[in-house]
Every structure is written in C-alpha cells, then in structure tokens.
Design a protein around this ligand. Structure first.
Ligand code: UD1
Length: 420
C-alpha cells in the first residue's frame, strides 16, 4: 500500500489543468449500455473509480480501453446482466448499470451497495422510480433483481433530490414506451451532461438543466462520442488548497459556471478571484475570514467539498460552522484533523471549528475520498511532516493529485508502506 509523506509549510503558485469529472464519467459510461456500439469518451480521468466501472462493464461483455484520457468503449456484445458485490462494494456508482440494463435488455441483477464509510447510502429512490416505469423489482440475498418486458413512461416525483436516482431512472426512461415526467430531478452538472449525451444518442428530453425532465421514449438509440465535463470538485479542492497556503493559482480547462457558489464563498473568506470562459485565477494574501457553509443540492455548496472547507477553516482566526445537509454523518475526517492539532466539535450534522490553532504534522488515516483530500490540505499547512495512510481513497477520485500539487510547489511523496 502507498502513503503520502507531506512536508508542510509550502505555498501553491502556478497553473494546473483540471481533469475530467469522475462523477461525470461514472454516469456516461453505463449510458453506453443503452445502444450497442462503439464510443469514445474524451477527457475521461485516469482514476481507480473509472477502472472499477471499466471492469464492471467488462464483466458484462463490454470492451473498455483508456488511452491518454480517451476511453474507447465497445458495447456490441453484452452477454451478462449482473453487477456483482465485488464491484458494487468498491464503488456505489456501479448501481448506475441497473437502469440501462433493465431498459435495454429487460433484466438486471445488481448487488445492493450497502453503506459507506460515513453511513447508510439508500437506493430506495432508484428502485421506486424503476418500479414506476413498470420494472418488477425483487430484493433477495443482497441483490436487486429487476425485470421488464417493456418499460412504460410514468410520472415520477423524487422525494429527495438524488443524483444517482435521477441518472438511473433517466437512463431507463429514455427507452420506455411513452412519456415520463421526472420532478425534483437532480440538476447537478454531471446529470445535465448525461442528459445531453442521451439526447445526442437520439433520446428526447426536455427541461435539461432544470428539476423537471420530460422524456419521450424512443425505440432505439445510437452510439456517440462525447466529452466529459471538467471535475468541479477537483477544481474546488485546488482553489481551497491555494487559499489555505496563501498562494496564487490559475485553474485551466475548468468550468467556472459550475463553481459559482464555491467561488462566492471563497471570495467571502477573503480570496481574490477572476474567471473567464474556462479558467479561474485565485490569489489569497491573508488568513481566511471565518466563513460558514451549508451544503445543498446544486447550485448550492456541494457536500463533496465539505471536508476540504473544514480543513480551510482551520486557518481562520475565529469560529466557523460547516453544516452538511446532504450526508449528515460525513465527518470521518474530523478525528484525523484533530490529530494534527485542530479544534473541531461535531454536533449533529455540523462541525464547529475553532480556527487559528497551530497544526503539527502527525500520522493520519484516510477514511474516504474527500476526507482524505482534507488531510492533504491540512498537512500542507501543518508544521513538519505528516504521513497519510490508505491513500487509495484519494486515487479513486483525484488524477495524479500529488504530481499536480508538487508542480504548484507542494512537497508530497508517495511511499510504499506496510501499514494498512
Ligand atoms: C452523488 C455523487 C457523490 C455526491 C452526491 C451528492 C456520484 C457517483 N456520486 O452520489 O459524489 O456526494 O451525489 O451530491 O455521482 N438518497 C436516498 N435514497 C436514494 C438515493 C439517495 O435517500 O435512493 C439520499 C442520500 O442518502 C443523500 C441524498 O439522497 O442524503 C443525495 O444522495 P445522492 O444525490 O443520491 O448521492 P449519490 O448519487 O449516491
């Protein structure tokens, strides 16, 4: 296993290219099941989660090859319809194959994802939506079995705005007979991008970019080539990292429009930010002003930057409060930040941070993807050396994180370790 050895006290300066969105790719890849053929998904990030999805697609009979961030997929011979536990337990997004498989092939068996590091992660909304489209759903021995001779359009209201459920049900609805109306649909950019790819494939979807999607089912779709949108969470992580180190960085190949709420909060905390079409420049010349955030569905503050913002607020002289309304237990990183010297109390779904305390390097453990990112950020401003274990979590969702940060002036080494 690898660990990071981070030397603190560095300042980030320079420019960095933002990779394709992990969560974007994980939605586009299963969509290729809807129309047998060959696809080129450009700007696909070279990440563990993409490898996991490729392996899962491979086990269904698809061919996937990633070269220079272009993912070639061939879904002409799908021969299996099961997503086994070994894949789904590694990555919940594996559940995305359920909708396309049942819509295109009439049958699917997908392992229930179970919980994750920070609590239960239900799939009830996915199942309810597919049932409304006419799929017969049975849950036995940890697996969801879905079958349907033909899906039929329906009116589906999501009680909670869910990225995964919207994506899954949308992919099924495009091949259902008749019209489907999805209300309280997620409008995260990755879902909008999925809807756009489906339209390119021949789907009929109105209301893209809103919470109400009207779908007119079609009989067939065709394969396409598509660009993956930039990763807004990676971009936000770099912006926060630069702000923490009182640095000056320029993000390239990004989409500032997807980051409006994050940019507003960074400005509120004291950063100077300039944006143009696909670039963001951030300069920070002071300690941050304590700045509360409350996570929300898009275009609100993403839950996926909550942990990084917690690390950021350790630098502020004063108290700030981070409230997570999407995943209410997502605070596994807090005890590890405390090992570095942070003063944080978790009360219900909020972290209360008394910033301005001196941070000292220590040995810390990654627990999940974004939590691990917060440890890297805190380690970069801590005095001395920090060892971060279990960085495979980071490799799930950040492409060459240490290389990109080191190019900006960080001092991070990837080292083999026996500690698991
Ligand atoms: C996706 C993202 C993840 C991000 C999350 C919220 C991917 C691969 N992952 O996860 O990085 O943190 O959106 O932006 O895109 N819920 C239910 N029942 C369901 C489904 C969800 O109650 O059937 C709840 C969840 O517990 C959560 C909320 O809905 O409280 C939002 O979750 P959801 O948007 O579904 O997250 P994911 O799609 O799993």
């Amino acid at each position: 296993m690898d660990k990071f050895v981070v030397q603190g006290g560095t300042r980030l300066v320079g420019s960095v290219n933002i990779s394709g969105a992990k969560n974007g790719s994980l939605a586009l890849m299963p969509a290729t099941l809807l129309a047998p053929g060959t696809y080129r998904l450009r700007n696909t990030p070279n990440l563990r989660d993409v490898w996991t999805m490729s392996r899962l697609m491979g086990s269904l009979g698809a061919f996937c090859e990633l070269n220079d961030n272009e993912l070639f997929m061939d879904t002409r011979e799908i021969t299996a319809f099961e997503a086994p536990y070994e894949h789904v337990k590694k990555m919940r997004a594996s559940f995305y194959v359920l909708g396309p498989l049942v819509a295109r092939y009439g049958t699917a068996k997908v392992s229930l994802p179970g919980g994750c590091a920070w609590g239960p992660r239900p799939v009830d909304l996915h199942l309810k939506g597919l049932e409304k489209l006419g799929a017969e759903i049975e849950v036995t021995s940890g697996y969801v079995m879905a079958s349907a001779k033909e899906l039929k359009g329906a009116k589906i209201h999501f009680d909670i705005s869910s990225v995964g459920a919207t994506g899954n049900v949308l992919m099924a609805a495009v091949l259902a007979k008749g019209n489907t109306l999805l209300t309280n649909a997620a409008l995260e950019p990755e879902i909008t991008a999925l809807a756009r790819m489906l339209v390119k494939m021949g789907a009929k979807i109105d209301g893209i970019g809103t919470t109400q999607l009207e779908i007119q089912g079609v009989d067939n779709l065709k394969p396409v080539d598509e660009d993956t949108i930039p990763d807004r969470i990676e971009a936000a992580t770099f912006l926060i990292a630069a702000a923490m180190t009182q640095g000056k960085i320029q993000l390239k190949k990004t989409n500032p429009y997807h980051l409006t709420s994050v940019i507003a909060k960074l400005e509120e905390s004291g950063c100077e930010i300039d944006v143009n079409s696909d670039e963001i420049t951030l300069e920070m010349n002071q300690l941050p002003v304590p700045t509360d955030i409350v996570t929300a569905v898009y275009p609100g503050i993403p839950t996926d930057i909550q942990a990084q913002w917690t690390a950021y607020m350790l630098m502020a002289n004063g108290t700030s409060m981070i409230t997570d309304n999407i995943y209410k237990d997502r605070f596994k990183h807090v005890p590890e930040l405390v090992r570095l010297g942070a003063d944080i109390d978790v009360i219900d779904n909020a972290a209360v941070i008394k910033g301005g305390k001196r941070l000292n390097g220590a040995q810390v453990m990654s627990s999940d993807l974004r939590g691990s990112a917060s440890l890297v950020l805190a380690a970069m401003v801590a005095e001395g050396t920090t060892d971060i274990f279990r960085i495979y979590h980071l490799d799930r969702g950040y492409e060459e994180l240490e290389k990109k940060l080191n190019n900006l002036g960080a001092n991070i080494k990837r080292v083999k370790t026996d500690i698991v």
